[in-house]
Design a protein around this ligand. Structure first.
Ligand SMILES: NC(=O)C1=CN([C@@H]2O[C@H](COP(=O)(O)OP(=O)(O)OC[C@H]3O[C@@H](n4cnc5c(N)ncnc54)[C@H](OP(=O)(O)O)[C@@H]3O)[C@@H](O)[C@H]2O)C=CC1
Ligand SMILES: CC(=O)N[C@@H](CCC(=O)OP(=O)(O)O)C(=O)O
Length: 345
């Protein structure tokens, strides 16, 4: 299958290439770049010299539709919504790593993304690509809205407890941390080495675009409107997200029982690993891999369930999950091309 990647020189794109290079059913036929067309990919990323020397091209929708079956978009917000509709109309399937097609509510999109939402018919066609939860819909989809990095770690952490009805839906507190690649490759003052190293900062309290996304997913699962308290932090590491979630248990439950409930929920999901009692996952333990590892602890004194969910933001939080979606859409084994082990130490 021929695929293309748009947003060629960003981190999402180079991570897609790392996995697609070893994918037995896929050939990356085109890399589209608006800033570096005409330049070999390996000139921008020399670690891929003699491996990915493909010349990047400017976007030409008609030409793309003739030559590829699927297009991955690894572009900033408010870019793909202008291009994906034409590709879908030409019969090309699209997997969007950005947030353009994730939210259903145009008002919320406008307030968190600053622009109008994509055309309604395409919003309706888009399937939210949280693989473990929406597998059936993904099989039939032509347009995938690949979930955000924080929402992936967070919703996979909360959904088992929420869907089993064991927690209070009104008190969900999410304390999340990300590495700096979450902000992409372009330069920003707050991400300079001197500002980031030996630093730890909370940001976008109450206004982060992942708040409505997390609430939409959880509200669908709970079948009622839910709100969450979400505080993101950036920490001085390159990759990784840790989402620590605090919820109130409705009834007494032991840590062992919580672990068993989660193991049962994810029993058919190769990329979600539930840790044994007493082991809490660390970001390094999923580094470079498509795993989401979840650790659980019941604080019997306060009646809270504490959930720790870790992913690699660039893999399960972006490119890996996008390829997992491609596999599901094509009826291939879900793990195809994604079996790289975590890099440790
Ligand atoms: N980094 C992460 O951990 C995650 C990222 N995402 C999302 O995935 C998308 C890509 O992220 P990431 O790769 O990190 O971001 P980067 O900033 O690293 O890359 C985005 C790329 O998009 C291209 N681009 C920039 N501006 C425009 C534009 N106006 N029109 C068209 N193309 C443009 C550029 O490539 P070129 O000049 O070659 O075209 C740029 O390098 C974003 O929407 C991001 O929010 C989602 C989950 C996690
Ligand atoms: C450190 C940092 O800035 N991280 C980004 C991660 C968001 C992201 O990647 O956006 P989508 O997944 O929604 O596309 C942020 O918090 O905005």
């Amino acid at each position: 299958m021929n695929v293309a990647i748009v947003g060629g020189t960003g981190y999402g794109a180079v991570e897609l290439l790392r996995f697609l290079y070893n994918h037995p059913h896929v050939k990356v036929a085109k890399i589209i770049s608006h800033s570096n067309s005409g330049i070999p990919f390996s000139e921008v990323y020399p670690h891929l010299t003699n491996i990915v020397d493909l010349e990047m091209e400017a976007l030409d929708v008609e030409n793309l539709a003739k030559e590829v079956d699927v297009v991955f978009f690894a572009t900033p917000s408010n870019v793909s919504k202008h291009v994906i509709p034409s590709l879908i109309d030409l019969g090309v399937k699209c997997i969007d790593l950005s947030g353009d097609f994730r939210l259903r509510d145009g008002g919320l999109y406008k307030s968190y993304y600053g622009e109008d939402i994509a055309e309604e018919t395409y919003i309706q066609q888009a399937v939210y690509g949280l693989c473990e939860i929406n597998r059936q819909e993904i099989k039939e989809a032509s347009l995938i809205a690949n979930p955000g990095c924080y929402p992936t770690a967070t919703t996979l952490g909360i959904i088992p407890a929420l869907s089993k009805g064991i927690i209070d839906k009104k008190q969900i507190i999410i304390d999340a941390k990300t590495g700096t690649t979450g902000a992409g490759r372009s330069l920003a003052q707050g991400f300079h080495f001197s500002e980031m190293q030996e630093n730890f900062k909370a940001y976008k309290l109450g206004v982060h675009k992942h708040i409505p996304e997390i609430e939409q997913v959880l509200s669908d699962v709970a079948n009622t409107e839910l709100q969450v308290t979400f505080t993101p932090h950036v920490v001085p590491m390159t990759r990784g997200i840790m989402s620590t979630i605090y919820v109130d248990l409705k009834e007494k439950l032991s840590t062992k029982e919580a672990i068993n409930l989660y193991k049962e929920f994810y029993r058919n999901d190769p990329f979600v690993r539930i840790r044994e009692e007493g082991t809490i996952p660390q970001t390094k333990e999923v580094f470079g891999s498509n795993y989401c590892d979840i650790g659980l602890y019941v604080d019997e004194r306060t009646g809270k369930l504490i959930i720790v969910s870790v992913i690699d933001n660039l893999v399960k939080g972006a490119s890996g999950q996008a390829i997992q979606n491609l596999n599901i859409m094509n009826g291939w084994d879900e793990t195809t091309g994604l079996t790289q082990l975590p890099i440790y130490p």
